[in-house]
Design a binder for this molecule. Structure first.
Ligand code: ZN
Length: 262
């Protein structure tokens, strides 16, 4: 037998093992990161970069201090980001998670992504621990504004800074910016889901950013299992019952197909 055939058989075995773990678990949650959106054409800014992330340091320009000190600079960057993300669509990996949820296999999805692709795909129980670009809010009075309205205001302003209709305060995207803490309610809900899960599937996340990287430990501590479906290495690889290295679209489409019908 060639080593290639052995490798293919090992991968098939791991995929079957994952389906088996889902079938035998009472509660399954998914934790997703940038890797699930790469097939939708959204680059992971931690990967050797292209476009937007190459020309600026996101940790500096997408920082809460920059929004306050130089809103025009902040919004030049974020306005471009909004425009890029507005054209992106969910891929088959997002859709497979929706299928698993609707079939009763999946309790919910926790995501590090702000791109709205899980909600667009139709995931119902969704925890966006870094917020999402769905809305902006006023820095002064807190009024919430939908993303398309914020974009329209940004385009209408000579300095490119979208402002509040009520008080003319600067708008901010409702995402966690560099220099900001994560939203407590979302983190609490994510922790609850993970601690109560018999299986956590980590998908397209390097598990290097905290506290997302620590969430699988809550599942493991309460006796649950960990599956990792991510192309690159993660710090938790040794703890995983199943470790799939293939692309997320193929692996999740395969999983959804294997589990049909519920
Ligand atoms: Zn306002």
């Amino acid at each position: 037998m060639s080593s290639e055939t052995t490798g293919a058989r090992a991968r098939a075995h791991d995929s079957e093992l994952l389906a088996e773990l889902v079938r035998s678990a009472g509660s399954v949650v998914a934790l997703t990161g940038a890797g699930i959106s790469v097939p939708s054409g959204i680059p992971d800014f931690r990967s050797p970069a292209t476009g937007l992330w190459e020309r600026v340091d996101p940790m500096e320009v997408a920082h809460i201090d920059t929004l306050h000190s130089d809103p025009a600079r902040f919004w030049r960057f974020y306005g471009e980001r909004f425009a890029t993300l507005a054209t992106k669509r969910p891929n088959a990996a997002h859709e497979a998670l929706v299928a698993l949820e609707r079939a009763g296999w999946l309790e919910g999805v926790i995501t590090q992504n702000i791109d709205m692709l899980h909600s667009t795909a139709g995931t119902d129980q969704l925890v966006e621990i870094h917020g999402s670009i769905a809305h902006c809010s006023c820095l002064s009075c807190g009024t919430s504004v939908a993303q398309d309205q914020a974009r329209a205001r940004l385009l209408a302003e000579p300095d490119g800074v979208p402002r509040c209709e009520l008080c003319a305060g600067t708008l901010r995207p409702d995402v966690v910016l560099f220099g900001e803490p994560l939203p407590e309610a979302a983190i609490a809900r994510a922790g609850e889901l993970c601690a109560g899960a018999d299986l956590i599937m980590c998908i397209g996340s390097s598990l290097e950013v905290q506290p997302a990287g620590a969430l699988p430990l809550l599942t493991l501590r309460s006796g649950g299992a960990l599956a990792i479906i991510t192309e690159g290495p993660t710090p938790l690889d040794q703890l995983a019952a199943v470790r799939l290295h293939g692309d997320v679209v193929r692996e999740l489409s395969g999983l959804a197909a294997a589990l049909e019908p519920a």
